[in-house]
Design a protein around this ligand. Structure first.
Ligand code: FAD
Length: 477
């Protein structure tokens, strides 16, 4: 079945049909947000059921670098890393130029240590602090990752925590329909199986953890037309149902044009480089051998800058140190393994292998070297002096800009409760992760690296806990 053959997302008001099965808390989506929501709800004493459209959960969490920012964690403390929630909140707000929801940003930053420590200690997710490089805009080593910096490893750990907690996960089950009673109370969810058969699952509270709309051409056309024809590197099953249900219920959505892009996806193979190769003095030149931007403002906004170059491509140029730092990430190692990263002993060889005009490329390389030595200002405003000049052999890869993850979504309160247009909360509907409005403000430049899993894990845990309390309160009615 293609996406267009599926039953569209819809809300049905009135009497709830007979349910096949029921749980206190129903969670739609088995990514980082869904797993954290399910664990949070189960710990609070609820019966929990997760539904996942795929046979095996492979959402954007499993495609990601698996790095979760947090501040003031036990892991940071043990590693001697000083960090606070105020620093993380400040970074989130600064990157989004104060155009995100500061209250949510501060709240999520304040919760982040609790969530990461909970995942590491209670749920045995083997996280450690990433100390040897920092993403643009990170004033402290906020990132925590599993050993291979591979989102599929993170998701495997989360799913095994879900299994250990005896939480039921129904796969091959695409949620299509919210059944709503008494105005706005979600009483059940209709799911559709790959063979077209349907079932109805009753619930007392519902958590939407089914991410954003990066997989929906129609929604991209409406909300992010600039990325409609770009490569989408996230999970294609994320079709925007959370927003569609929310709109049908009269909920608030915000920042719909915002997204997480990435400016170093190797092409034509489509695997992303670890951004550490840029933060460590690497840079980008177009096919004319010319730099065109401040590459280290953020990998998200770099996507459009690369797409604006001739052919929509650029060469990322780095050295062995940057390569080794980047190769901590699973995706970067994969790019190396499939032969997408080249080596050149000299600038002449680099020009020959990339096809860039030799004179122009030699000037670009020499200029950046002078910038790293503090002898020349960068016309794009980047400070190269914090790292040594690149030392040959050069490493290089042909890259393009891609869409990773949409950042607009349902507005929620501090417990992940979905808000209606008048600002009041829905009685029993919660959302987190990519289903909720992100922390990036209105555009691509506001994404602080790690905001995606930050919102997925923290809002997931909080929404799960609050959904359990909501389900309990409904028992007492
Ligand atoms: C290549 C890449 C690298 C990234 N690296 C990082 C990183 O290092 N750090 C970071 O913080 N963020 C990163 N991100 C962003 C991060 O992956 C996302 O923000 C995060 O995974 C969102 O989690 P989620 O649980 O909301 O969504 P997902 O992990 O996508 O989970 C949603 C699940 O819902 C399921 N689903 C969707 N619709 C339905 C439906 N109707 N019924 C049932 N199930 C449904 C999907 O199949 C999916 O399994 C990256 C993203 C990409 C694409």
């Amino acid at each position: 079945m293609t996406e267009s053959d599926h039953t569209p997302a819809r809300v049905v008001r009135g009497e709830t049909p007979t349910t096949d099965i029921a749980a206190d808390v129903l969670v739609i989506g088995a990514g980082a947000c869904g797993c954290c929501a399910a664990l949070g709800a189960a710990e609070a004493g609820s019966t929990v059921l997760m539904v996942e459209r795929d046979r095996r959960p492979t959402g954007s969490t499993s495609l990601s670098g698996g790095q979760i920012p947090a501040a003031g964690t036990g892991l940071q403390h043990a590693a001697g890393v000083e960090d606070t929630a105020e620093i993380l909140a400040g970074d989130l707000i600064k990157k989004a130029r104060s155009q995100n929801d500061e209250t949510i940003a501060r709240h999520i930053a304040a919760q982040s240590a609790k969530t990461v420590d909970w995942l590491a200690s209670k749920h045995k997710v083997p996280l450690s602090v990433v100390e040897n490089f920092r993403y643009p805009g990170h004033s402290a080593p906020h990132m925590h990752a599993t050993p291979s910096m591979d989102g599929s490893e993170l998701l495997t750990c989360l799913l095994s925590a879900v299994a250990d907690a005896d939480i039921d996960l129904v796969t091959d089950a695409r949620a299509t329909t919210l059944f709503v009673e008494d105005g706005l109370l979600v009483s059940a969810v209709g799911i559709e199986r790959p063979d077209g058969s349907r079932e109805v699952i009753g619930c007392k509270a519902l958590v939407l953890a089914c991410n954003g709309y990066g997989g929906s051409q129609a929604m991209l056309k409406k909300y992010i037309p600039a990325m409609l024809n770009a490569h989408y590197h996230g999970h294609t099953g994320n079709q925007g149902e959370a927003v569609q249900w929310g709109l049908a219920l009269g909920c608030r959505i915000a920042d719909m044009g915002s997204y997480q892009g990435h400016g170093a996806v190797v092409t034509p193979q489509m695997v992303h480089l670890g951004w550490a190769c840029i933060t460590n003095g690497g840079y980008q030149a177009n096919s004319e051998g010319l730099r065109f931007s401040h590459e280290n403002e953020g990998y998200s906004e770099q996507a459009m800058k690369v797409l604006a170059q001739p052919g929509g491509v650029a060469w990322t140029i780095f050295d062995q140190t940057g390569h080794e730092l980047g190769a901590q990430m699973h995706a970067h190692r994969e790019a190396e393994e499939i032969g997408a990263i080249g080596t050149a002993a000299t600038v002449e060889e680099l020009a020959a292998k990339t096809g860039c005009p030799p004179d122009a490329l030699a000037k670009t390389v020499a200029d950046v070297e002078a910038m790293a030595k503090g002898e020349l200002p960068d016309p794009f405003g980047r400070d190269f002096t914090g790292k040594p000049p690149l030392s040959p052999p050069y490493r290089f890869a042909r890259v393009t800009g891609a869409l990773f993850h949409t950042q607009g979504g349902l507005e929620v309160d501090l417990d992940g409760r979905v808000l209606l247009k008048d600002g009041s909360p829905c009685p029993n509907l919660f959302a987190g992760g990519g289903a909720a409005r992100g922390l990036s403000g209105p555009a691509d430049w506001g994404y602080l690296s790690g905001s995606g899993l930050l919102m997925a894990t923290n809002l997931g845990r909080l929404a799960g806990k609050a959904a359990a309390a909501c389900a309990k309160s409904r028992d007492q009615l």
